[in-house]
Design a protein. Structure first.
Ligand code: C5P
Length: 311
């Protein structure tokens, strides 16, 4: 046996919020056209990726035993798809440390998938562009492409058309998950059942499309989520959480994605931490106070030593 230096790539996979989410018309492929301003926040899963010398295939380990570690996990599928597209018959070992709640509208699985592609691009020296990685990611889920253009972007189409935004200023975000998940497919069905026809986009939102840079002050008066009208009547506690966040000083409070997380945006760290403490004691809720991210996703390469039989 000989000590060999191996390379491990680590990627932090942040959660996302939708500061604005309009669900427009249904498309011939069954998906809906979206219009969303998405933003990453510093509640992060962590991925560690290594090449496996012993055998081929993907070996995924996760510190949350309730999550599957086979093809049902987006990380596994992202790794298998990346190896296939790269034309490499390589063994991969991935550790996933889960912090982002799932079924929560925070894009945790999508972020993990994007982080996997980004990490393997580095580990395997593929030299892929973000546009190429986002195209691959789109095959795994509608929210995946956004993460390649984080921290802030305008997302349209099914989720594949992503235009990065420069968002000036800093904010704290309090995420409140109510202790139950919401299935995205169910939320879309409720939305279709509770409204007649697709809404049109306001002039204020159309005006945002032309801009490369915006401020939180520009965005927050336009904050809103079309899923609230479909989801709140079924889950009244979410309306209560929103009202409580607003009464604790949030500049805006709304559902993220199709839920179940409701988030509040705060200018002030102290107010955010106070709201987190209060909301964490409410019913079965879990609350997190985190900053809105100001950086893109990035990889770190770290050498690790492994005992390998070589030669
Ligand atoms: O793409 P993803 O697997 O995340 O989508 C889950 C479900 O959400 C889809 O099967 C579809 O019912 C719905 N969806 C949609 N329009 C989108 C994204 C998702 O109708 N733009």
């Amino acid at each position: 046996m000989e000590e060999v230096e191996e390379i491990e790539v680590r990627v932090a996979a942040p959660a996302k919020i939708n500061v604005i989410l309009r669900v427009l018309d249904q498309r011939p492929d069954g998906y809906h056209n979206l219009w969303s301003v998405m933003q990453t926040v510093a509640l992060e899963d962590e991925l560690r990726l290594r090449v496996r010398r012993d055998t081929g295939g993907v070996l995924l380990r996760c510190d949350d035993a309730t999550l599957p570690t086979d093809h049902r996990n987006l990380v596994y599928r992202a790794a298998a798809l990346t190896a296939e597209r790269a034309g490499l018959n390589v063994g991969l070992e991935i550790e996933l440390m889960k912090r982002i709640p799932y079924g929560a509208g925070l894009g945790g699985g999508s972020s993990d998938a994007a982080a996997t592609i980004l990490g393997l691009n580095r580990l395997l020296g593929l030299g892929w562009t973000v546009v190429h990685m986002a195209e691959l990611g789109q095959q795994l889920g509608s929210d995946v492409p956004f993460f390649f253009f984080a921290p802030s972007a305008l997302v349209t189409g099914r989720g594949e058309a992503v235009k990065p935004l420069r968002l000036a200023g800093e904010r704290w975000v309090v995420l409140v998950t109510p202790g139950f998940p919401i299935e995205t497919r169910w939320a879309y069905q409720r939305l279709s059942a509770t409204r007649s026809g697709a809404p049109s986009l306001s002039g204020a939102l159309r005006a945002l499309e032309a801009r490369e840079a915006v401020s939180w002050e520009d965005l927050l008066p336009l904050a809103g989520n079309d899923f609230e009208a479909a989801v709140f009547p079924e889950h009244g506690v979410l309306r209560t959480i929103k009202a409580r966040l607003l009464s604790q000083g949030a500049e805006a409070a709304l559902l993220s994605g199709s839920g179940s997380t409701v988030f509040g945006v705060f200018r002030d760290e102290m107010a955010a931490r106070q709201a987190q403490a209060t909301m964490g004691r409410f019913e079965r809720c879990r609350a997190y106070a985190v900053q809105a991210c100001t950086e893109a996703l990035s990889c770190q390469s770290a050498p690790t030593t492994a005992s390998l039989r070589v030669g």
